[in-house]
Design a protein around this ligand. Structure first.
Ligand code: PLP
Length: 423
């Protein structure tokens, strides 16, 4: 008998657990004899679960700019696979800072970390260990890994109201009221753009109002704005516009922290490329903060991976590559935009054709007003379960669908199944 035998089974991950069910259903579908009517394409399981871009054929897409850089790297005799420094590739840091904060050189302690998730965990651990923070609050709903990262870093996790699922809108007054009441030194998790899962961001005027709230509290009972920036370029299609909130809070001199991911914007998911930025007000503070981050990184994974950071640095520093990347970003956002329109049209058509009185007044405007990778459809948990069981369309139980998983061959079917699930 081993001492490990009594370890309890943990619950499956909220997202990857559904992917496992999708993979199983796909394997079963593929194993069907061609004579079985269920082997037809219209019964093929559909994955609209994960937030990873897919092309019009449902396949992962390596950005052409990234592909070109990888070719150049492969032919470069100077390319090696040595360890990076603990805080990451030296040339990557200023390139990531410029993308996030623009031309102005703010005083930030920035380190290359294991993508967005690594930045969130490293940032939370830093706040717990060096700033005496005890609590993070995040929007309801949010990405399920936020509470998990906070708890693993030893912080309490709470929430603030963000979204009304029935009305498909941000509950702004409740949000403001809740943040006005939050205890001093609370870490407030904010989605910089393309809010996951709702796809609804505050307007620029609302961000100004929020920055006013943080500024007003700054000297008496400060809050710490922690931006999760996982979708820069995905909300508006413009990396500068999507940096609005982060740059606004930074310009106010607030103690901004940013978890900056390159997974989605450059399609570098598995390369774990990201940056953690922590605002300081002196070069000396930058040095001290960086020293503590280095100690943490050295003891957890020693140093970050090189491949993705080398790609990102080339892409951000060579003007022709940068321009070509902006075009790639536009290909992705334009396709997502087109899919939103087709899904909404499909829903409106399917609800009319269904003839069911219960769905005739259903409004689908939010499908096209939401931005980013996801749509928060408004489907209930039971409706999502029905979609999976009856139609083999897999989505998360909060009604979120990944627009990137839609394409011309499946969007109409998804729309019909959605209407069928609510009748
Ligand atoms: N934050 C949000 C809101 C996300 O949706 C994701 C990925 O799905 C991440 C952070 C982190 O992604 P990664 O660790 O791949 O950068």
């Amino acid at each position: 008998l081993s001492v490990f035998d009594k370890v309890e089974q943990g619950p499956p991950d909220a997202v990857f657990g559904i992917v496992d069910r999708f993979n199983k259903a796909t394997a079963e579908w593929k194993a069907l004899p061609t004579s079985d009517p269920k082997a037809a394409d219209e019964f093929k399981p559909i994955n609209i679960i994960v937030g990873a871009y897919r092309d019009e054929n449902g396949k992962p897409w390596v950005l052409p700019t990234v592909r070109q850089i990888e070719k150049e790297m492969a032919e470069d005799p100077a390319l090696e696979h040595e360890y990076l420094p603990i805080t990451g590739l030296k040339t990557f840091i200023p390139a990531a800072q410029k993308l996030m904060f623009g031309e102005e050189k703010p005083t930030f302690a920035s380190v290359q970390v294991l993508s967005g998730t690594g930045a969130i965990y490293t940032g939370f651990s830093f706040l717990k260990n060096h700033v005496n923070c005890t609590k993070v609050i995040g929007p309801t709903p949010t990405w399920p890994n936020h509470p998990s990262c906070a708890k693993t870093a030893g912080l309490e996790y709470g929430s603030y109201p963000y979204y009304d699922n029935a009305k498909n809108s941000i509950v702004w007054d409740q949000l403001i009221e809740s943040l006005e009441k939050a205890e001093a030194n609370t870490v407030v998790l904010l989605h910089a753009c393309a809010h996951n899962p709702t796809g609804m961001d505050p307007t620029n005027a609302q961000w100004e109002q929020l920055a006013d709230l943080f500024t007003k509290r700054a000297t008496t009972s400060p809050l710490i704005p922690f931006f999760d920036c996982a979708y820069q370029g995905y909300a508006s299609g413009d990396v500068e516009k999507d940096a609005f909130a982060v740059r606004l809070f930074t310009s106010r001199g607030l103690p901004v922290i940013v978890a900056h991911s390159f997974s989605k914007s450059m399609g570098l998911y598995g390369e774990r490329c990201g940056c953690l930025h922590i605002a300081c007000s002196s070069a000396d503070a930058v040095k001290r903060v960086t020293s503590q981050l280095s100690i943490f990184i050295r003891a957890t994974y020693s140093n970050p991976p090189g491949h993705g950071a080398k790609i990102a640095t080339k892409l951000l520093s060579e003007p022709a590559k940068y321009d070509s990347w902006l075009k790639d970003l536009n290909v992705m956002t334009a396709r997502l935009h087109a899919m939103r329109t087709k899904l909404r049209e499909g829903l409106e058509k399917a609800q009319k054709e269904s003839g069911a009185a219960s769905v005739q007044n259903r409004d689908w405007t939010h499908i096209t007003t939401q931005t980013g990778m996801f749509s928060f459809t408004g489907l209930t948990k039971d409706e999502c379960a029905y979609m999976e069981k009856e139609h083999k369309v897999f989505l998360t139980p909060n009604g979120r669908i990944s627009i990137a998983g839609l394409n011309d061959s499946n969007v109409e079917r998804v729309a019909k199944c959605m209407i069928d699930s609510i009748i």
